[in-house]
Ligand binder design. Structure first.
Ligand code: PEP
Length: 252
C-alpha cells in the first residue's frame, strides 16, 4: 500500500547510549506532533536495535535493520539473519544500499537471496537502487535502474512485491551534499513506476512507495517530496540529528 514514509538510516553511527539519547529526543519531538503525515522508520546499527526498540515501543515510529544475511542460518560468522531481526521486533530491513554494493561486493544474486529471506521471515524490504556518477554522465542511468530492478525485485511475485518499498538513491548524491534536483528525482521515480507497470501492472505501480535518498535535508526535503512520484525519503546524515530529522518529517 503506497504511503508517505521518512526513514532514517543511521549507518555505522552511535554507541548504545548515544542511540538511546537520539531516539528519545526524536520520540519527544514526534509525540508533540498533532498529526504525522508520513510513517517514520529508524534504522540503527544491529547492536542498537533492541535498545531503540524499547524506546519506540509505544510510539508511532517503526524499526528497520540496515542489512541481513543472504543465508537462512548456520555457520556464517558475523552475520545476522532476517529471522533474528524479526524476532526482535524489526519490521523492515534495508537491502541493496550502495555502500553494501560498493564496499561489500553485494551483487544482484546475493541481494535477491537477502530479499527472499527477509520476505519469508515476515520483514518488509526497503530496496535501494541508483546509478553512479559515471553512469549518469554517460546517459546510462535509465538502463542501470532497469537492470537493478529486473535482476532482483522484479523476479518476485505480486504478493511479495507488495511488501517492498523502493528507494532511489543516486550514488553521486549519497553523503556528498549534492542532491538530485527535484526534476531529476521525479524523472527517475516516474520511470521506475513505468517499469513496475510493465513488469506487473498499473495498479501495482500506483500502490508502490518510492523514496528518494541522497543528501536530503531540511532545506530541500519539501521541494523533493512535492513531486508526484516521490513518496518520501531515505535519510542518512540528517537522520543523526533529531531536530533535522523532524524538520524533514514535517516537510510533507
Ligand atoms: C543513505 O545513505 O541512504 C543516504 C541517503 O545518505 P545521505 O542522506 O547522508 O546522503
Amino acid at each position: 500500500m503506497r504511503k508517505n514514509i521518512v526513514a532514517g538510516n543511521w549507518k555505522m553511527n552511535k554507541t548504545i547510549d548515544e542511540a538511546v539519547d537520539l531516539i528519545s529526543d526524536l520520540k519527544n519531538l514526534i509525540d508533540q506532533e498533532a498529526e504525522l503525515k508520513s510513517q517514520v522508520i529508524v534504522a540503527p546499527p544491529f547492536v542498537n536495535l533492541p535498545g531503540v526498540s524499547k524506546v519506540i515501543e509505544d510510539s508511532k515510529m517503526h524499526l528497520s535493520a540496515q542489512n541481513c544475511a543472504s543465508e537462512e542460518s548456520g555457520a556464517y560468522t558475523g552475520e545476522v539473519s532476517a529471522k533474528m531481526l524479526k524476532s526482535i521486533n524489526c519490521e523492515y530491513v534495508i537491502i541493496g544500499h550502495s555502500e553494501r554494493r560498493a564496499y561489500y561486493g553485494e551483487g544482484d544474486a546475493m541481494l535477491s537471496r537477502k530479499v527472499d529471506f527477509a520476505l519469508q521471515s515476515g520483514l518488509k524490504v526497503i530496496f535501494c537502487l541508483g546509478e553512479r556518477l559515471l553512469e549518469r554522465e554517460k546517459g546510462e542511468h535509465f538502463k542501470v535502474i532497469e537492470n537493478q530492478l529486473k535482476n532482483t525485485i522484479f523476479m518476485l511475485n505480486e504478493v511479495d512485491f507488495a511488501n517492498v518499498i523502493l528507494a532511489y538513491e543516486p550514488v553521486w548524491a549519497i553523503g556528498t551534499g549534492v542532491t538530485a534536483s527535484p526534476g531529476q528525482a521525479q524523472e527517475i521515480h516516474a520511470y521506475i513506476r513505468e517499469l513496475i507497470t510493465k513488469n506487473f501492472n498499473e495498479q501495482i505501480a500506483n500502490a508502490t512507495t518510492i523514496l528518494y535518498g541522497g543528501s536530503c535535508k531540511p532545506s530541500n526535503a519539501k521541494e523533493i517530496f512535492a513531486n508526484a512520484d516521490v513518496d518520501g525519503g531515505l535519510i542518512g546524515g540528517a537522520s543523526l540529528n533529531a531536530e533535522d530529522f523532524i524538520a524533514i518529517i514535517q516537510s510533507f
